[in-house]
Write a new protein. Sequence first.
Length: 215
Amino acid sequence: MAAQTTTWRGSVTVSSVKLSVIYYSATGTVHEMAQRLATGAQVAGADVRLRRVAELAPAEAIESNPAWSAHLEATRDVPTATPEDVTWADGVLLGSPTRFGNVASQLKQFLDTLGPAWSRNELSGKAYAGFTSSQTDHGGQESTLLALFNTVYHFGGIIVPPGYTDPLKFEDGNPYGVSHVTGSTNDAPLGKAQLAALDHLASRVVAVAGSLRGQ
């Protein structure tokens, strides 16, 4: 992603906001959302890390779904998230498909590895936000984001929901984060409303993260 940049304020050098986009995606939708967020954050001036969490599912489960297998192979070069990607960042965007109204176990397992950083108080005071997808309109998108934020509460993180802070949010309709419905065939592309909502969330988190850093 983009190299870190600096700006000048008087005699003080101020580095750009550092943002990590950390996600799990099985068949590609959340990956596409993560890419859009990373681009939007770069446009907003952030130094961005795009990271996928490790796949935990057994090979036979992955191989039983051609789209899952193909996506895993296509994204092998995306760096795998580590705790340092969270401690490094001023803001963190976390993404997961909904799994029975909850966070996918792959992302949850990564969050569970952050205990040592949490015990050192290295996760607090950062801006956090979330994004998700499901196949159906009422497939657990809001409950997945709310479940994700339960972890952020324990971090002492600052949750940055988009709310209805821009008229475009009345188009995608999710004040908790950004979500997308992939449809019965699980391959509906992101639409204009979702892309605009992702751009808005990225710029909002960068702005809040910068404010929290005192920039």
